[in-house]
Design a protein around this ligand. Structure first.
Ligand SMILES: Cc1cc2nc3c(=O)[nH]c(=O)nc-3n(C[C@H](O)[C@H](O)[C@H](O)COP(=O)(O)OP(=O)(O)OC[C@H]3O[C@@H](n4cnc5c(N)ncnc54)[C@H](O)[C@@H]3O)c2cc1C
Length: 372
């Protein structure tokens, strides 16, 4: 007998957004999360809700990011009303800083191509130094200019996670921490989820275990060829208002700290920090915002991104195990609203969102033929 409609494996931002979407539609959902011993990108990320520049190779990804960005404010408000937790979502637009005329010109070419590929749905402006200074009065002299897009914003990812967890419970869903799934097997039309000394029988199963999907996916006929990619972040003490809008690697939180990040390091499953990398991040931050020069750094950490070989998401239904799905991406903050509002209904039987069509694992299985 089924104990639940859905098991969502993984309680990070991807699993929690999906579980929230399902629970809010009236489905019985159980979220099983391994907990602190697992790698958890959702607790170590930068908090951007970012569209600018995304999807240059696959423009549907830009559309998917825009769909999510446009649903974010309503999701944030909904979560606040239900749970009392404010995500600190703020959408003043965002800037990507450039340090030479050549860099600025390249950026314009890239973003123009993206705007064109999305039928001009994606919009942006190029700013010279003086125009940028109107937005960020204390911007460093060596910053030549920036691209700005109204699509971009930021939020506090930890508050988002808490709001989603509370929202799941509000709708009668269950969040079970310390609950590592070891094995998934089929039993008739159901799935049996095996944990230490416990099983759960469910109608459908969503694999949203981040890097843990690598081991789980093959058990239900899916493939999740994920690799870790480390990012390191520094946090300053609380400061006076310095940055009204987020940049790709600097943002001021609702409490006033400045987050500086982030690196892209291919170091396997090492989520530590390294002083030379942190020093580089700090130097780049001071160049952008000289007021940071004498500021105290109070925290730093490393966290592992959940990366597919091409960096785009993976959303797939299993053909061999109907009712099993995998979902993972490296922009779980940005895509949280699309995951809750557009992806969750697909798992429950609605049509798949048109934007996700390219994002199956088949794109990694390209056959190369050897001429005879
Ligand atoms: C440094 C850094 C900066 C980033 N910045 C941004 C940003 O600015 N904006 C943005 O949109 N995204 C950003 N990201 C990406 C974002 O954090 C991730 O896309 C998102 O957190 C992925 O969420 P997830 O739920 O898939 O994975 P995770 O957060 O890793 O969660 C996976 C969960 O699955 C659980 N799990 C694993 N195996 C099992 C198992 N066998 N059984 C049960 N549970 C299991 C784990 O306990 C974990 O809680 C950043 C990431 C990093 C590392």
């Amino acid at each position: 007998m089924q104990q639940c409609d859905f098991a969502v494996i993984g309680g990070g931002l991807v699993g929690s957004a999906i579980a929230y979407g399902l629970a809010s539609q009236g489905h019985q959902v159980s979220v099983l999360d391994e907990g602190d011993v697992a790698y958890r990108a959702s607790r170590g990320n930068f908090g951007l809700v970012w569209v600018q520049g995304k999807g240059q190779e696959i423009p549907l990804y830009s559309r998917w990011s825009m769909r999510s960005a446009s649903l974010w404010a309503a999701l944030s408000q909904e979560l606040f009303e239900l749970t009392g937790v404010a995500t600190q979502h703020h959408n003043p637009g965002g800037v990507h800083l450039c340090y030479s005329q050549a860099e600025l010109a390249n950026r314009e070419v890239e973003l123009n191509a993206l705007a064109q590929a999305t039928g001009r749905q994606f919009t942006f402006d190029m700013l010279d130094h003086d125009q940028l200074r109107d937005l960020i009065p204390e911007i460093g002299e060596s910053v030549t200019g920036a691209s700005w897009s109204s699509w971009d914003g930021h939020a506090n990812p930890l508050y988002l996670l808490r709001a989603l967890h509370n929202g799941i419970r509000h709708y009668g869903g269950e969040f079970v921490p310390g609950s590592k799934v070891n094995r998934i097997r089929r039993n008739g039309g159901s799935f049996v989820i095996e944990r230490d000394h416990q099983t759960l029988t469910v109608g459908r199963v969503i694999l949203a275990a981040g890097l843990g999907n690598r081991e789980l996916a093959p058990q239900v006929g899916l493939d999740a060829p994920l690799v870790p990619n480390r990012g390191e972040i520094l946090v300053t003490e609380r400061m006076r208002p310095l940055l009204d809008l987020p940049t790709t690697y600097l943002r001021q939180t609702g409490e006033g700290s400045i987050l500086m990040g982030d690196s892209h390091e291919d170091v396997g499953f090492d989520d530590g920090t390294e002083t030379p990398v942190l020093a580089q991040i700090a130097q780049r931050a001071v160049r952008a915002l000289p007021a940071l020069a004498n500021t105290r750094v109070v925290r730093s950490w490393g966290a592992l991104r959940v990366m597919t070989p091409d960096g785009y998401p993976l959303y797939q239904a299993s053909e061999s195990h109907p009712g099993a799905f995998v979902a993972c991406c490296h922009s779980g903050v940005t895509l949280a609203a699309a995951h809750a509002k557009c992806l969750a209904p697909w798992f429950a039987g609605a049509e798949a969102p048109s934007e996700i069509t390219p994002f199956t694992a088949e794109r990694f299985h390209v056959q190369t033929s050897i001429p005879a």
